[in-house]
Design a protein around this ligand. Structure first.
Ligand code: MV4
Length: 447
């Protein structure tokens, strides 16, 4: 195992990684911008290094500064958390060149999955079901017209370099197709410097269901079940749960085993998430995330595994100490993302936090780097905490969630907690009847 790990991140995820390291007896190095000198991840780490001014591009994305911080402190490995450099293949390559272990998959696997066309081709080759559409990119409009006529309208044009919903255009008929394609191409070129696009059948009311996997990089992999992340606003998830209210154990085993076999064949190392759209009892691969995700705690709650400790173990060259049969699921878990935002306008609400009290008790976990007297800087993501509740059943979980939300005290800023309290009164949420458009439609009805 490593003796010292550098955590190239901030906020709740830096604390999350720090906790896993400390339990394994690994020394921790925090890095921070000048805006984060008073941040909790800096206080709790064994050592810390300032890596630059507030803008992330000059600090948390500053590769030379992070490599220098490793060299100064003697850190043998870097945990990137999520966001920032976590899916940057060049960063993984540079660390390797400096004999520093990137805690995550190979740069090659990050690259393959970072390009949506190669990701989809790879998934299909590995036996993962994909959305019907073009085999790879589309060259010209004539080809787009032919593919669209084949699969039938509506279709969606997507940018291969896209992500987070950027660079997508829906065409409902051949009449819309030419404009959809040229807009998608020019937007993709402008936003990502890569105008390549592909075409897919547009699924109208799917759920977003993702499978968590863990591989040892040596041909063994297991799946850890699914998470339902359909409740999103502007491609930002706000509520995630495991299991999905839409799946039974047989469906879970079938897609999970397929994905685990694919990742074993790929020789995937570390944790990863295969994202699917799920409609009419069918799964359709859309993309793969090659990092630890924000919502990983709901999987931890139903499996009892510490995903960050598993990452550290396989990164250090360890084997998976279990097979698929050893993975068992128990109960239900829900995560609510607490953002420093106005709960109706979603305007960011940084500033001084005067008072903090978190809920606790059985089946209640709060991952947060907040403390009373902390000033939330305006430069970064507005996520300030995650509430994860678990229970024997979904019903018990929902009752616990209502109770836990009522205990929160966060004074001085606005948070999205009232939104969750409101959602918990909605019959569709109580019954688990929602798709990827439910939340936006609900919010549109509120004004
Ligand atoms: C789709 C789709 C419908 N059909 N692909 C949005 C972001 C990117 N991850 C993929 N996205 C979608 N791809 C096909 N073929 C609808 C979406 C989509 C979406 C997906 C997941 C969660 C929320 C969403 C909100 C709007 C659109």
């Amino acid at each position: 195992m490593f003796d010292k790990v550098l955590i190239a991140n901030r906020g709740e995820i830096a604390l999350r990684v720090l906790r896993a390291c400390r339990e394994l007896g690994i020394q921790t190095v925090a890095v921070h911008s000048t805006a984060d000198a008073d941040a909790m991840h800096v206080r709790l780490a064994d050592e810390s290094v300032c890596i630059g001014p507030p803008p992330a591009r000059d600090s948390y994305l500053n590769i030379p500064a992070i490599v220098a911080a490793c060299e100064i402190t003697g850190a043998e490995a870097v945990h990137p958390g999520y966001g920032f450099l976590s899916e940057n293949a060049r960063f993984a390559d540079i660390l390797t060149e400096h004999s520093i272990k990137f805690i995550g998959p190979s740069a090659e696997h990050i690259r393959i999955m970072g390009d949506k066309i190669t990701a989809k081709l790879t998934a299909k080759e590995l036996g993962i079901p994909v959305v019907p559409g073009s085999e790879g990119g589309i060259g010209d409009f004539a080809e787009a017209r032919k593919v669209a006529a084949d699969i039938g309208y509506p279709v969606i044009i997507k940018a291969t370099a896209g992500g987070g919903g950027r660079g997508m255009k829906v065409a409902h008929s051949e009449h819309d197709l030419e404009i959809a394609m040229s807009t998608a191409q020019s937007e993709a070129k402008a936003a990502f410097g890569n105008g390549d696009v592909y075409i897919e059948k547009y699924l109208q009311k799917p759920r977003h269901i993702e499978i968590q996997v863990l591989g040892d990089g040596k041909g063994r992999a297991v799946h850890l079940g699914e998470r339902d992340c359909s409740l999103q606003r502007r491609h930002q998830k706000i509520w995630e749960e495991a299991h999905s209210p839409a799946l039974n154990a047989h469906q879970r085993d079938e897609i999970g085993n397929r994905v685990a076999a694919a990742m074993a064949k790929l020789g995937y190392e570390g944790v990863g998430t295969i994202e699917f759209l799920y409609e009419n009892n069918e799964f359709y691969f859309i993309e793969m995330n090659t990092r630890l995700q924000v919502e990983h705690p709901v999987t931890e709650a139903i499996t009892g595994l510490d995903l960050v400790q598993e990452q550290l173990r396989v990164a250090a060259g360890g084997d998976l100490p279990y097979t698929q049969e050893d993975i068992t699921f128990s109960g239900h878990a829900i995560e609510c993302r607490i953002n420093a935002e106005n709960p109706t306008t979603f305007a960011p609400s940084p500033g001084l936090v005067n008072a903090v009290h978190f809920p606790g008790g059985l089946g209640c976990r709060v991952d947060s780097a907040l403390y009373a007297g902390y000033r939330i800087p305006p430069y970064y993501d507005s996520l300030i905490g995650k509430l994860i509740v678990s229970g024997k059943s979904r019903t018990e979980c929902m009752m616990r969630l209502r109770r836990a939300l009522s205990e929160f005290v966060i004074e001085g800023i606005e948070t999205t907690i009232p939104l969750f309290q409101q959602l918990l009164t909605e019959p569709d949420i109580i019954d688990g009847h929602y798709d990827i458009h439910w939340l936006e439609q609900y919010l549109a009805r509120q004004v």
